[in-house]
Design a protein around this ligand. Structure first.
Ligand code: ZN
Length: 442
């Protein structure tokens, strides 16, 4: 179908109707007056139609739904080679370079026959010395992606919410992936990444021979070094610098909350485990927090706001960080839980004003949370067998181990961390590779 510029369509129509006008008096509102003259084009199930424009935005009808796009947003997001460096893919102008009164040159606004919105802009960017008129193109796909927060989240492969679990339902899920599959196949690593995204944990079996915990981490991303080392040994030692390096029971906790950015994934590889005791157990803290949101909103609110200080002060180190127990993703549509902070062994004395009533309200809420996570029906307990490696989401899954008898045998785990960024990066790349994206709306 031959597509003519909207301006020309309008011109022809008006001429046909023998209406006289001065070219420069063309008002943007004219487009609004008669939508019937603006054609709808079909391409990949997207119907793109121009509805109206004014000084600040354009209204486009995408598959029947009206969507407004601000001119500044569109100009700022231009994907052309002058605006995005074709090699580095970096943006070449600042958002602050966009003039507040930017808008299209009216006569050039049209929808091309490949279902692309074309805009010639009425002025250059601020401080830009050019006389050429800038042309931007927006595909219908691109416009649809940026038509709603939901579509944006989907296109970022970020719309798969956590699946909350308790002991009963997590036992129905096969959380095991073979080491060879994990290291050498796309399907293996992808299964592991999906388990981490859905449930927060996965077990890699048969990690032996030349394979080390570092190899497993590097399959996802760079190792996160800490003062415990590149990787670290969890075994009972004298004069331990951490309670983990003893045979004592270690209650539910998360690691390194005294860091500004605690590592997001923790790997624990079992090299030896034939002691009496020493079982590991895990809890989905998101489920406990969600339970409070439903059943005790006041407690939930208190845990979202009350500050707890975590610290590590030992062996000439002094780490210190204050955070709330529940942290929401405030940019998400459903106000979902982003992460939890819970690590009793590393709590410092409270630094808040504990003379205020909020303190005791918080303690009540904290106890409710504690009761939920300590409820055995919420705990997955198992013995991490020799040659198994557990990977878990350190901002969601609480981990713990039972006391063991260090004289009854050997228990040696090797631990290593990587950051959540690396995990999310791999998850997006493999979701894209497997085309695992939910349908876009519109
Ligand atoms: Zn551009």
């Amino acid at each position: 179908m031959l597509i003519r510029p909207i301006s020309r369509l309008l011109t022809n129509l008006l001429i046909k109707q023998k209406q006289y006008f001065v070219h420069h008096s063309f008002s943007y509102r004219l487009i609004h007056i008669d939508n019937s003259i603006i054609k709808t084009y079909k391409n990949d199930q997207i119907y793109l139609e121009l509805k109206s424009i004014n000084d600040t935005h354009v209204t486009i009808i995408l598959n029947g739904k009206e969507i407004k796009y601000d001119w500044i947003f569109l100009r700022d997001s231009c994907q052309c080679h002058q605006c995005i460096d074709s090699s580095s893919k970096q943006k070449l102008h600042n958002t602050t370079d966009i003039p507040l009164n930017i808008s299209p040159q009216y006569k050039d606004l049209k929808i091309l026959n490949n279902n692309t919105l074309e805009i010639f802009w009425n002025q250059p960017l601020l401080n830009q010395e050019t006389t050429t008129i800038h042309r931007s193109l927006y595909s219908s796909d691109w416009l649809r992606t940026y038509s709603s927060s939901k579509n944006i989240a989907r296109s970022r492969y970020h719309d798969h919410p956590s699946i909350y679990w308790n002991r009963n339902n997590i036992q129905q899920v096969n959380l095991h992936v073979k080491c060879d599959d994990y290291l050498y196949t796309d399907q293996g690593i992808y299964t592991a990444l999906k388990h981490l995204n859905d449930y927060g944990l996965v077990f890699i079996d048969n990690v032996q021979g030349e394979f080390t915990v570092e190899n497993l981490v590097e399959r996802i991303g760079e190792i996160r070094h800490t003062f415990y080392g590149k990787s670290w040994d969890v075994k009972s030692v004298e004069q331990a610098i951490n309670v983990a390096y003893t045979s004592q029971a270690l209650g539910l906790h998360m690691d390194l909350l005294y860091f500004e950015a605690p590592p997001g994934l923790q790997f624990l590889h079992s090299l030896k485990n034939n002691v009496k005791g020493g079982e590991s157990y895990y809890v989905d803290s998101f489920r406990a927090a969600e339970n409070l949101r439903q059943n005790d909103p006041e407690a939930f609110q208190s845990l979202c706001s009350y500050p707890i200080t975590f610290h590590y002060r030992n062996i000439n180190r002094h780490y210190h960080f204050t955070r709330s127990t529940i942290v929401l993703d405030k940019f998400s549509l459903d106000n979902r839980i982003d992460h939890i902070n819970y690590s009793p062994p590393f709590q410092a004395p409270f630094e808040s004003d504990t003379s205020q009533p909020e303190f005791r309200q918080f303690i009540r809420a904290f106890q409710r949370f504690h009761n939920l996570i300590e409820d055995k029906s919420n705990q997955l307990e198992l013995l991490l067998e020799k040659d198994q490696c557990v990977i878990f989401h350190n901002r969601r899954i609480l981990h713990a181990r039972r006391e063991f008898d260090s004289t009854s045998g050997n228990r040696w785990l090797k631990g290593c961390y990587t950051d959540l960024d690396n995990f999310k990066d791999r998850l997006r790349i493999f979701r894209e590779k497997f085309n695992d994206i939910s349908d876009l709306e519109l």
